[in-house]
Design a binder for this molecule. Sequence first.
Ligand code: B16
Ligand code: MG
Length: 216
Amino acid sequence: MKKGFVFDLDGVITDTAKLHFIAWKDLAAMLDIEIDLTFNEQLKGVGRMDSLERILVYGGKEKDFSLAQKETLAEEKNKHYVELLQDLTPQDLLPGFKTFLDSAKKKQVPCAVASASKNAPFILKKLEIFDEFDAIVDPATLTKGKPDPEIFIRAAQAIHITPEEAVGFEDAQAGIEGIKACGMFAVGVETTEPLYQADLRVKRLDELSVDSLLQK
Ligand code: B16
Ligand code: MG
């Protein structure tokens, strides 16, 4: 029996990957690195500094900057990204998510957010669903990023259940691996790439019934 739900944000609740892409593409261009949407897939679920590192490695420039310079670059990207987030509205919720969340809330299932994004609270407020969650893990307090299970373990703790009692929802392979590594049931929200190891795969969350997931 499952008792609670743990949601990733980007790719599960809303599609911010396209906004991350605009901001990273502009920053990369400034450094004479060209990234495309295929490369962007590798940044899904990956934290801000690690994303920058991957871009620099891709462009063969990882040795060209000090840590302080990399932090400035990441801050610059984030400033642009946050500007792009200003236009988010509840219309930007992914199809089927709100129907599923409403059904979970009606049944009083505790819900947590396990996102690598430090902007998650702001995004959830723009989407007008911030108050629907019982907990949002602060990624700044984590020692490791996905695929480490730390964020999912912390999310389960925050809603007072064990990882084995939780269902985790993810769109990124690294996230599915983190969910499975702590014994959670994994729902993969698939777009283009197949998600390996997921216990269930869906295109949108309203394909699922809350009751049948709680029986898993
Ligand atoms: P920020 P998720 C992740 O969100 C994004 O998929 C990833 O592209 C981004 O770099 C990361 O958040 C950090 O975001 O720069 O806003 O702190 O999929 O874990 O919800
Ligand atoms: Mg994601």
